[in-house]
Ligand binder design. Structure first.
Ligand code: S3P
Length: 427
């Protein structure tokens, strides 16, 4: 896939549904009694992996272009799958489903692609084991494939060493199957809270205070209608493109702006970006708005601490934005970037430098001295969807030609991304 410098991005766009919320709507729908109806579900490969796993466990799920119907069977309605569950490339599926599977009365194994088989699962194996789950990394390397056998779960209070919504959600979901009391998770900083919001909407007794979330066992989950807002992580590519390319003005409709996800808006404003929130409202129990973004001259900033979990998936795109801004941007406390679908920290440093940026990797982030022109290059996505989309956008601002290799991986979170980008560009 080839990209060239463009004269601007103009027009309106609606990005696909939020990935985190789409996964959860299927999972919680499967564990609820009755039929859950999901509108604006993300038809990306990751969310389709979640659907496939629950179908393997006997849940009827109808997938039409307008809506998804999940015919839930209640907390104890899953059946043993005939084969090993395939989670594909999806960390969210792997970690959340492991919490659910720990509470079942059957043995099950799961695995995914090469990326999933090298991502850390010790972070869920430890708390689940503490709860009494029988979960094992088959190769004993702390990664998938995993086998989960029936075990009696008890409630714990888990002090998570990482701010991770996947770890938090995994423990809370297992907590629904605990035989005693309330299970809680405290994080070093608040990660996305879609599980807390949606489980409460489905009827669970779940509370949040500061960075601690707690759940009581054996909730009666009831099917709901869920309208999934647009994914701010997908909107990020259009936000960045419009800010970076002179002559741009883009309206992005129906974007989820949950405060645990809106770090990119805060950073872009701190950098001097012109971004307006219009029509603020609620979609599916989540705050949403239309975003009007105009080309802006940007300056560097510092991104660190509790802001990091609120923009963790946007950091590759933000690094490119920082390379196009005047002055220095420092990103700290972002070591989690190393264990995403790829090592995003190393890849951003290597590939942005190849495009001419002044960028230095640190132990937990990067230092970007912005303002140098970017030059087109051939960039291998490493099969990481967010690397592919970030560098496609860089290609719209760089001199010469940028080629994205193994570009199809965008289907993980945004099928149709290149078509949408093309639709907005003015040549
Ligand atoms: C997600 C949580 C984040 C994020 C991922 C989706 C979720 O991961 O990077 O894309 O849906 O809970 P971590 O929990 O590992 O930070």
């Amino acid at each position: 896939m080839i990209f060239q410098k463009v004269k601007g991005l103009r027009g309106e766009i609606t990005v696909p549904g939020d990935k985190s919320i789409s996964h959860r709507a299927v999972m919680f729908g499967a564990l609820a009694k009755g039929t859950t109806e999901i509108a604006n579900f993300l038809q990306g490969a990751d969310c389709l992996s979640t659907i496939a796993c629950f179908r393997q466990m006997g849940i009827k799920i109808e997938n039409t272009p307008e809506r998804i119907l999940v015919h839930g069977k209640g907390l104890h309605g899953l059946k043993k799958p005939d084969c090993i569950l395939d989670v594909g490339n999806s960390g969210t599926t792997t970690r959340l489903i492991s919490g659910i599977l720990s509470g079942q009365d059957f043995e099950v194994s799961l695995t995914g692609d090469d990326s999933i088989q090298s991502r850390p699962m010790g972070r869920i194996i430890r708390p689940l084991t503490e709860m009494g789950a029988k979960i094992e990394s088959i190769r004993q390397n702390g990664c998938a494939p995993l086998t989960i056998r029936p075990g009696k779960l008890h409630a714990i209070h888990y002090n998570s060493p990482v701010a991770s919504a996947q770890v938090k959600s995994c423990v809370l979901l297992a907590g629904m199957y605990a035989q005693d009391g309330s299970t809680s998770v405290t994080e070093p900083a608040l990660s996305r809270n879609h599980t807390e919001l949606m489980l409460s909407y489905f009827g669970a007794d779940i509370t949040s205070e500061g960075t601690t979330a707690s759940i009581l066992p054996e909730p009666h989950l009831t099917a709901q209608k869920v309208e999934v807002p647009g994914d701010i992580s997908s909107a990020a590519y259009f936000i960045a493109a419009a800010l970076m390319v002179p002559g741009s003005e883009v309206l992005i409709r129906d974007v989820g702006i949950n405060p645990t996800r809106d770090g990119i808006l805060r950073v872009v404003r701190a950098m001097g970006g012109n971004i307006e929130l219009l029509n603020e409202r609620t979609m599916g129990g989540e705050p949403a708005a239309d975003l009007l973004v105009r080309h802006s001259s940007l300056h560097g900033t510092v991104i660190e601490g509790s802001l990091i979990p609120a923009l963790i998936d946007e950091l590759p795109m933000i690094a490119i934005l920082a390379a196009c801004a005047e002055g220095t941007t420092v990103i700290r406390n972002a070591e989690e970037l190393k264990v995403k679908e790829s090592n995003r920290l190393d890849i951003m440093v290597t590939e942005l430098a190849r495009m001419g940026a002044d960028i230095e990797g640190t132990d937990d982030g990067m230092i970007i001295r912005g303002g140098r022109p970017l030059y087109g290059a051939a960039i291998d996505s490493r099969l990481d969807h967010r690397i592919a989309m970030s560098f496609a956008v860089a290609g719209l601002a760089a001199e010469g030609q940028t080629e994205i290799l193994r570009a199809d991986c965008v289907d993980i979170s945004y099928p149709g991304f290149y078509r949408d980008l093309e639709k907005l560009t003015v040549n």
